[in-house]
Each structure stands twice: as structure tokens, then as C-alpha cells.
Write a protein that binds this ligand. Sequence first.
Ligand code: FMN
Length: 362
Amino acid sequence: MSRLLTPLTLRGTTFRNRAWLAPMCQYSATDGLPDDWHLVHLGARAAGGFGLVLTEATAVVPEGRITPEDTGLWNDAQTDAWERIVRFVHERGAAVGVQLAHAGRKASTYRPWHEAQGTVPAADGGWPTVAPSDVAFDGYAAPAELTTEAIADVVAAFAAAARRAERAGFDVVEVHAAHGYLLHQFLSPLSNRRTDAYGGSAENRARLLREVVAAVRAAWPEDRPLFVRVSATDWAEGGLTTDDVAHAVAGLADLGVDLVDVSTGGNVVAPIPVGPGYQVPHARRVAEVSGLPVAAVGLITSPAQAEGLLVDGAADAVMLGREALRDPMWPLRAAHELRAPVTTDADAPVAWQPQYVRGAWR
Ligand SMILES: Cc1cc2nc3c(=O)[nH]c(=O)nc-3n(C[C@H](O)[C@H](O)[C@H](O)COP(=O)(O)O)c2cc1C
């Protein structure tokens, strides 16, 4: 029996398999509203057999968007737009999660294919950014330091978005605390120079993440899983190490986190030693220290590679990003390569859509 194609249950949700779609910004929304593009992007991957599809970083407040074209979950129209997508994904037998995010000092930037890059000026629809301290990300505008009142508003915004996620029908909420966005900015001494209760010691720098996780857990139904994505290392002198982050994550276990999605980097410009499965050892270490289930991500591209790392016990699930952009049907290919039975049963670990089952045979 393939480990990749073995279901995983967390709280009241059973994921039909362990091949999950990584969160990936599409930079294609208007006013934070997901539209037909998002329906097709996520819907195709649900039809392709992924056990869980995660949305892109979805902002909890307008100023928390990475780009003006990011999706959001701060109003009713966005909740309704997501509800349509959630329904389509569920009909394909996949679970669906929303990644809730605030970009902090990395907000208000141009999307990757815009002719200009860096911070979007107000004249072009940009906005002032906020962060733990007034330290700019390399090449971006300097953020304003958040007051303690404004920090409380951020916590409340994450909780409000989690309530909207329930109304939209999502199965999972993932709190985005990775890639140099606001919660990572607080965790890392490279971006957090505060001298109050939110800065200084490791415990203080983790305070905002703990408050957000506790508030989201309280707002999110008891039977639905809560994930946190972290960057296990800053890959930089004086920054967070994997053991720092693993210990911060261990402190989240008692707050009701069900799985940690382990990425790396993004808070400062730094060289990253990229290669096949390059973040897997970080996932393994976070699991060892925290005792929590983990997902591994980063250049996991072949079914045999994914199967091997799961059998090895390095992680409980794998997420695919760029490979899933090339091949939305990757889990079906994996099922074929791992010799799983061909079925159209929506409850099976990998189900062919009846419209596509001819593709299972020559
Ligand atoms: C186009 C694109 C958009 C991304 N957007 C997000 C995002 O919204 N949230 C996030 O946590 N990671 C994001 N990532 C990172 C991926 O989730 C993933 O961690 C990374 O690409 C490494 O996995 P891969 O080698 O399978 O692509 C993005 C990656 C790509 C390629």
C-alpha cells in the first residue's frame, strides 16, 4: 500500500491522500475577490486528485495583501466568492484550505509580471505598510512600526477571517507565518527590533503568532484542522535557525495546531541551497522537536521521491508547488506509477473523474 495514497485524518477531516497542493499566489484578483481563474486553478487540481488544495495567501485586511491583486477574506462578497470554489472542490472529493495572511512590510508590491517591481506607490494603488519595526525589506519602502492597539487589530482580523472561512465551507485554515510576512517578521530578530512585550526574547517574538493561533483556534470549529506554515530558517547570520523555529512551534502544540507546514527563508535576501527535497530535513527536525505532524514542501517532484520521504517518516504529507503548475493531474500520474487501482469512487485515495477515466487506460 502506498503511503502517499493513504488517507490522513486530523480532527474531523479525512484527507483522501497525502499529495497536497501548496499555496500559490495567482496575483489575479480584483478587490480581493477570487474569480473564474481561481475556480479553474484550484478546481483542476482537485479534479487531478490532490487530497487537499490550499488557496494562495489570502489577506485578512486590505493592507495585508502582498500585491493589489491578492485574494482576501475580509468581507461578505469575498466569502461568497470563495464558497462557490469550495463547493466545486468538494464535489471532486478533495479537501480545501485557506491560507490566511498579512504581508506586513512586504505588502503593496507589484505582481511578478508587472513591468515595474518593488513597492507600489499610492498613485498606482499602493498603500503604506506596517511591521514590528520600521526596518525595510531590501529594496522596499520602509514600514511603520505597529502600535500595541494595531497589533490587537491584526489578531482580531485573523479571527474574523477564520469565521468567514467557516461560512465559506473551508475544511482547513492555515496561518501563514513564513516567507518574511508579518508573523515571520515578528518571529525573526532580523526584522523585529521591538523593546516591548512583542520583541526581544524568543518568547516575546513568538507572542503575536501565539495570539493569532489562539484567536483563530477559538474562532474556528473544534472539529476542523488548523495548520501553521513557518520558515524553519532565515538562512542568514543572526537570523532564525531551524532549532529556534522548532522550539517556537513546540510552543504552539498546546494551542490546538494540528499540522505544521515547513518551508524556509523569505525574510531577508539570502542565498538558499536549493535542490531536490531541500527543505525535508527542516520538516523532520520541526516534527522531532514539536511532536506535531508536518508537511514537507520544496522541489518534491516525483511520486517515488514523495513516497520515499513519507515511508522514511520525514513528514506526514507532501505539498507540491511548481510541479503542480506543470502537471495539475500529478496525483493521478502518481497513482498510475504507484500502481493504485483505477476508480471513479470519489471517496477513494485517488479518484478519476468519470469524464476523464478514459485517460486511465491506453
Ligand atoms: C507562483 C508561486 C506562488 C506562491 N505563493 C505562495 C503563497 O501564496 N503562500 C505560500 O506560503 N507560499 C507560496 N509559494 C511557495 C510554495 O507554496 C512552495 O512552498 C514553493 O514553491 C516550494 O515548493 P515547490 O518546489 O514544490 O514549488 C508560491 C510559489 C510559487 C511558485
